[in-house]
Design a protein around this ligand. Structure first.
Ligand SMILES: Cc1cc2nc3c(=O)[nH]c(=O)nc-3n(C[C@H](O)[C@H](O)[C@H](O)COP(=O)(O)OP(=O)(O)OC[C@H]3O[C@@H](n4cnc5c(N)ncnc54)[C@H](O)[C@@H]3O)c2cc1C
Length: 559
């Protein structure tokens, strides 16, 4: 594959061909059938950062510069690449329907084929050869941007601040490149910040697209600033609204969109769900070496978007208006989204054990996931993992590679009833992991960050206090169903009942013409999939299976 693009940063020839392939004349002719010819004049700006509805360009002749508009602290613009004939513009944001991060300016007159986003999506869905080239290039371009920190966001924060970790996690799990400056280490920036009337008390500060300064922003404010949900029409009645973007919801999105349904996913945080917080999933079919939850989520998200599913992030459903048809999914900001059918894929959330100070140390020493991001915070230190299920076992094994010692605290006498045999064996074989049976945490102490942990052996009554600064809570989950209470039949633990588990009492309002389908809830056309479903397996594979199965049932319900 040849390339006609020159990057302004060091890159190998092999990588350049993957990121910036030049299309052949025959391929450009096929693209031309989807769009229109545009004459490029020297100096024309084709794309502005942050713009809505950005076209896709394939150059027939001429050259363009792709420029990064620098942040408010530095000003100006920086050359990223120069595209020549055969090159095409864009990166992952073009697929996601999000505003672009860069400016594109013509530096040598010529001709381009211009496609709207809808035309570009139709091209990648229908022309497999060009679709593969564009998708691969976009994924490589995005990972290069992340790798080089070449985004349009600057995060200023402190490693000791829980909100900084949350913001970094939100951007990372959304796959959005950003530059991070740790104010504890870079005192010069702190004095520069004063010029923007920002003090260290405002941390974390997010400078969005070089212009907008957000102080201690919520995830929703960041999403709004970066236009993550730009262009999603809320009034449009969808065939199916999927609530929750974990493995179950993303599987429903992939199957639904690929089968021509009009799908919107509403996710309160970031796509990937619980699986997205797993360091390595080793029992998911087809990945013998395991795959990180984040990578699995990224691939699923790209796949869903390739087929045209829309994904709304940092927007949570707060209730279901089930008295009306179409149903209406009500979001936290008040605007309801109408839906002919609804798939509930809201999963479950880690239990917060009743330990004093637990909330105070969240992300400041207490974590509910164990990914590379948390692992780098506690390298060379002692850590505690609480819990006896597989997620706890994975966390312990993963952290033992960087931590000096991992204490696994379980309330039971042994792991055999709750953890897979392969993980138990790895824990037993590791000289860095120490299992503490019959044990629970009694107190957490510290200032701004966790400093000490006291635990008690319930068999002997003895307590022990250690200077541990990092505790990983892997203690089981409660279903995210508060928002559908009153609408759907739930089991005694709050999970959603479906199919044959529904009783006659649950189905009092059910129409007499048919019985509920296998994943259908006590409301016709409302389905529950994955961990939120009563009796589900609580595994990635079963969640994915549920999500994809639900789509065939949605077809039946719509019919
Ligand atoms: C650390 C860890 C390791 C794991 N390892 C494995 C493993 O190795 N193998 C395996 O098979 N399983 C593993 N699991 C379990 C697996 O991740 C879950 O079974 C799976 O993620 C369930 O998928 P789901 O889509 O049903 O729910 P979830 O993954 O929980 O996703 C639900 C999504 O819904 C969103 N949501 C919640 N409420 C709302 C709302 N009101 N509005 C909008 N969105 C909402 C959440 O933010 C979340 O993104 C692990 C879990 C964890 C936490």
């Amino acid at each position: 594959m040849r390339t006609s693009t020159t990057a302004a940063f060091p890159i190998t020839q092999e990588h350049a061909q993957l990121m910036f392939p030049a299309l052949t004349a025959a391929q450009i002719d096929r693209v031309a059938a989807h769009g229109r010819l545009r004459h490029l004049r020297d100096g024309d700006t084709l794309v502005e950062p942050g713009a809505a509805a950005v076209p896709f360009f394939v150059l027939r002749s001429g050259r363009v510069h792709v420029l990064r508009v620098l942040d408010a602290l530095h000003g100006g613009e920086d050359l990223v690449v120069t595209h020549g004939p055969g090159a095409f513009t864009g990166e992952a944001n073009a697929l996601l329907g999000r505003p672009p991060m860069t400016r594109i300016r013509v530096i040598e007159a010529g001709e381009a084929i211009e496609l709207t986003r809808a035309q570009m999506l139709s091209l990648v869905q229908t022309d497999t050869e060009i679709g593969d080239i564009v998708m691969r290039a976009y994924i490589y371009r995005r990972s290069e941007l992340i790798d080089k920190g070449l985004g349009d966001v600057l995060v200023l924060g402190s490693a000791h601040c829980a909100a900084t970790l949350r913001v970094k996690e939100f951007l990372t799990r959304n796959g959005h490149p950003f530059t991070y400056i740790d104010l504890d280490r870079d005192k010069d920036v702190e004095s520069m910040l004063e010029g923007f009337h920002v003090s260290s008390a405002d941390v974390p500060v997010v400078i969005c697209r070089g212009t907008k300064i957000l102080r201690k922003p919520t995830n929703e404010e960041i999403a709004n600033c970066l236009g993550f949900n730009a262009g999603i029409d809320r009034a449009h009645v969808r065939d199916v609204v999927v609530v929750g973007g974990g493995p179950a919801g993303l599987a429903a999105a992939v199957y639904g969109a690929s089968e021509g349904l009009d799908v919107l996913v509403v996710e309160s945080n970031v796509p990937g769900g619980q699986a997205g917080s797993s360091s390595r999933i080793e029992n998911y079919l087809g990945f013998p070496m395991g795959i990180s939850g984040q990578e699995l989520a990224d691939r699923a998200l790209t796949q869903a978007q390739k087929f045209g599913a829309e994904i709304m992030v940092a927007k949570g459903a707060v209730s279901l208006d089930c008295a009306t048809r179409p149903y209406r999914v009500v979001l936290g900001d008040g605007a309801p989204i109408p839906a002919r059918t609804v798939i509930l894929a809201t999963g479950a959330e880690y239990r917060h054990p009743p330990i004093g100070n637990l909330a105070r140390f969240q992300n400041a020493g207490v974590y509910y996931s164990a990914t590379a991001m948390e692992a780098q915070l506690c390298g060379g230190e002692e850590v505690v993992v609480v819990g006896g299920a597989n997620s706890a076992g994975q966390a312990a094994v993963f952290l033992s590679a960087t931590a000096s010692r991992v204490h696994v605290l379980i309330r039971r006498a042994a792991l055999s009833d709750t953890m897979s045999r392969y993980l138990i064996r790895r824990i037993e074989d590791s000289e860095h992991i120490e299992l503490h049976p019959n044990t629970e945490i009694v107190t957490l102490d510290g200032g701004g960050h966790l400093e000490r942990v006291t635990w008690r052996d319930n068999a002997t009554g003895e307590t022990e206090t250690r200077d541990v600064r990092h505790v990983f809570m892997m203690t089981g989950a409660v279903p995210n169903t508060a928002w559908v209470r009153g609408c759907l039949a739930l089991d005694d633990k709050g999970f959603v009942k479906t199919g044959t588990s529904l009783t006659a009492a649950d189905l009092r309002a059910w129409p007499p013409t048919r019985s509920p389908l296998v994943l259908e809830t006590s409301l016709p056309g409302v389905f529950a999939v994955g961990d939120v479903r009563s009796g589900s397996m609580k595994r990635v594979a079963s969640a994915v299976g549920d999500g994809s199965t639900a789509i065939s049932l949605v077809h039946q319900a719509l019919a």
